[in-house]
Ligand binder design. Structure first.
Ligand code: ZN
Length: 424
């Protein structure tokens, strides 16, 4: 492929992706604004007009912010690639680092510099989101001090975890011959599995406290449910989510002995014991139905495909020049190739987003059905309404926007499906 063809294709994918993203967001905002005046019928008895309108205003504010961040992301992508940002940075870093510290140090420095510049550009946006939007709607609980501590910890984690795995992959790319991508994939897969154990047990506890359930009556009920579902009782934790935000949630994570269900303290404080039990049954359903390994297999397959593609692309001159970079003559091009893959995949992969969302929504319906068999579907429905209310989640999303992006089914669909389940 001539490099001009790749440049054109890439530019078209970026522009079309931006247009599609903006159009979907605009649809969502228009739909939410149009339904702002009345609580939809199925929720009329459960949700006040006031919280319905707060949810609409919050969705609109987030939507406007989304326009800005999508524009910044698109400008950054063009700046790095076709406008020559990565090419210029590469020359500077290569000439400064390689002669003194060698090829590996140069490549790691390049990856680090790109990550640092990206982080610095995104930081004001993130701070705006936290201290303006979240603050205005009463969600933010972070001080600047905590915010900056988090950022520093994040950078430290990135260096401690990111640098070794990047060095390993770069070393494999340079040393393992034409099948390097297969070895790199094995290393990457092992790393992902390791993270699935390390994240809940080591990394997340550096940011939050995780404690066993304190309430003894609730603990009894929960224990009984977990026994019914064949799940180790020590796997349930309460997290101090209120330290950062008033948003509430529950999630499942981990693998093997590190499997756990986590409730935010903000959620626990709002639910009745029966509702806690129903939400927990839903999360246990994700484990029981093997959603974690299924998702991991999906990710592993996708990363194998991406690395195999890179194995071929990294040998093509046009892959570099078509994306705005002159390949090095006297230095390895592996870090450049990795970065270009990371830049090039999202615009082309954007159309896979609705597939991943649909798959995730399927899992949510399955976990809901499981929860109905193990606990009360009526109480799960109540808990879902509370979750929407507390998080100012809109009850009237644009159907197409929801199909494209939503990892969880819209509340109305979920409640309708719960009502179809036989009562336990
Ligand atoms: Zn779920």
């Amino acid at each position: 492929m001539p490099s001009f063809a790749l440049s054109s294709l890439f530019a078209a994918a970026i522009v079309l992706g931006f247009a599609l993203r903006t159009w979907l967001a605009w649809r969502q905002m228009r739909h939410v604004a149009a339904h702002r005046t009345a609580v939809p019928a199925p929720f009329a008895a459960k949700v006040s007009l006031e919280s319905h309108q707060k949810a609409a205003d919050y969705t609109l504010a987030r939507g406007r912010f989304g326009h800005v961040s999508a524009a910044v992301a698109t400008a950054m992508l063009l700046g790095w690639t076709l406008l020559g940002g990565l090419d210029a940075l590469n020359e500077v870093v290569r000439d400064a680092v390689q002669p003194r510290w060698g090829a590996m140090a140069y490549q790691l420095a390049l990856l680090g510099a790109v990550a640092a510049i990206g982080g610095l550009i995104e930081m004001p946006l993130d701070a705006w989101s936290t201290f303006r939007i979240e603050q205005r709607f009463g969600f933010n609980r972070m001080t600047w001090r905590l915010y900056l501590t988090d950022a520093a910890k994040g950078v430290l984690m990135g260096v401690l975890i990111g640098a070794p795995i990047a060095a390993l992959v770069l070393w494999i790319m340079g040393a393992a011959g034409p099948w390097w991508w297969l070895w790199a994939w094995l290393a990457w897969t092992a790393f992902q599995l390791l993270m699935l154990v390390l994240y809940p047990t080591v990394i997340a506890p550096m940011f939050n406290k995780f404690q066993p359930l304190a309430d003894p009556t609730l603990a009894e009920r929960v224990k009984a449910l977990m026994a019914r579902c064949g799940f180790a009782a020590k796997g349930l934790f309460v997290m101090d989510g209120s330290k950062r935000s008033a948003h509430s949630n529950a999630y499942f994570t981990g693998l093997g002995a590190a499997k756990r269900v986590v409730f935010y303290d903000t959620l626990l404080g709002r639910l009745t014991p029966g509702e806690v039990e129903a939400v927990l049954a839903h999360e246990l359903g994700h484990f029981k139905l093997r959603h974690v390994p299924k998702r991991m297999l999906g990710l592993f397959a996708a990363s194998l495909g991406a690395l195999a593609l890179l194995g071929w692309l990294a040998q093509q001159q046009w892959f570099f020049t078509g994306l705005g970079v002159t390949p090095n003559l006297a230095a390895p091009n592996d870090a450049l190739a990795l970065l270009l893959l990371l830049f090039a995949l999202p615009p082309f992969g954007f159309l896979l987003v609705p597939l991943a969302s649909a798959w995730s929504r399927k899992h949510e319906f399955e976990a809901d059905a499981y929860a109905c068999a193990q606990a009360s579907g009526r109480e799960l429905a109540q808990a879902l309404v509370k979750l929407h209310e507390d998080n100012a989640g809109t009850l009237t999303p644009d159907p197409l926007y929801a199909k494209f992006y939503y990892s969880h089914p819209p509340a109305a669909e979920r409640l309708a499906a719960l009502e179809m389940e036989p009562a336990r």
